[in-house]
Design a protein around this ligand. Structure first.
Ligand SMILES: [Zn+2]
Length: 329
């Protein structure tokens, strides 16, 4: 494992053990797939991983004005993985759909007529996606794993590629970028890696809380007199934490570690799954309020408040009818 410019470079075995040691407080619901398009294979020399990763970061920070490189990981043509932004930070990869996500950029242009994906890269993409699904209990389906192509470029609304969309991760990415292509070609490979299971169960005994402070420290005990956890970054606003225990207003956010946050800077939320085929999102708690978007069946949401038969999404002025939600906790 090498490191340069603040990035780690790992092969898939190193990635597996590195990932198992990572502690991530924010709740992850999706893993995103992207291709870089530019740079493509012609920009890869076989040894310039760090320089290409640094160039992407410079572009994201300098031209796009972002705080850091957009993605969590880049998978290179030779199958090596480079780390990008911290796993505790929300990525900047799919407009409107980053909050509970891990983002992979795959180095290359996988549109038809572009680069022919090398076998080493293909195997790493499948295995690394499977490792993320296992670690975060994500279902191996079109809700746990998502392609950039499935979201409208300007509104972020999911349209499965039927409107104004990028082709990303490429019209020839594992045989195509449509949901049907994903289900036929990519999902079965990932499912085989995670042991054949296409769906995982969500633990039902957990509580959830959304972070309302800009940055919230994680401490090793249930009071501010305890030190900060040295293997955890502060959690950021909007992150949804899993809650295992409460004590004197403090919340334990790890099953195995004594890691706590001050509950005053969080609000408790309920996790729910949408059971209507398409559910309207409204600007207020009633059908008299305007429709500001839609959510598809099986999408997961976090509910912060209820008013009559209406539920408000965490930290947003968006409301859903309660009758079309199945609550997990
Ligand atoms: Zn993309």
């Amino acid at each position: 494992m090498e490191s340069k410019y603040g990035f780690l470079k790992m092969d898939i075995q190193e990635f597996e053990s590195w990932l198992s040691a990572q502690r991530v407080a924010r709740t992850i619901l999706t893993v995103q797939q992207h291709h870089t398009w530019v740079p493509n294979y012609s920009h890869f020399s076989g040894s310039n991983h760090f320089e290409r990763q640094q160039a992407m970061k410079n572009h994201h920070v300098g031209s796009n004005g972002w705080s850091d490189i957009g993605q969590h990981f880049t998978v290179f043509p030779d199958g090596m993985i480079l780390t990008g932004r911290s796993l505790e930070a929300t990525p900047a990869c799919i407009f409107g759909n980053n909050q509970h996500s891990i983002c992979f950029e795959h180095f290359g242009n996988f549109d038809t007529g572009g680069d022919q994906m090398r076998q080493e890269q293909l195997l790493t993409i499948v295995k690394a996606t499977a490792l993320i699904c296992s670690k975060f209990n994500l279902p191996v389906n079109q809700f746990g794993i998502v392609y950039h192509h499935w979201f409208d470029l300007s509104t972020g609304k999911r349209n499965n590629g039927t409107g104004t969309n990028k082709s990303c991760p490429g019209t020839n990415f594992f045989g195509g970028n449509k949901v049907e292509d994903f289900l036929q070609h990519f999902a079965p490979l990932v499912a085989a890696e995670v042991g054949g299971s296409m769906v995982t169960d969500i633990p039902k005994d957990l509580g959830y809380a959304v972070v309302t402070a800009n940055r919230l420290n994680v401490r090793v005990g249930a009071s501010s007199t305890f030190g900060k956890a040295n293997d955890r970054l502060p959690v950021e606003r909007g992150a949804v934490l899993r809650i295992y225990e409460e004590s004197n207003g403090w919340l334990k956010i790890s099953k195995s570690q004594s890691h706590w946050v001050y509950g005053r800077y969080t609000e408790s939320v309920r996790r729910a799954t949408i059971n209507a085929s398409v559910l309207n999102v409204r600007s207020g708690p009633g059908t008299q309020f305007s429709v500001v978007g839609t959510l598809p069946k099986s999408e997961e949401v976090f509910i912060i408040a209820e008013e009559g038969d209406w539920c408000r999404l965490a930290l947003e002025e968006k409301w859903l009818s309660k009758s079309y939600l199945d609550f997990v906790n």
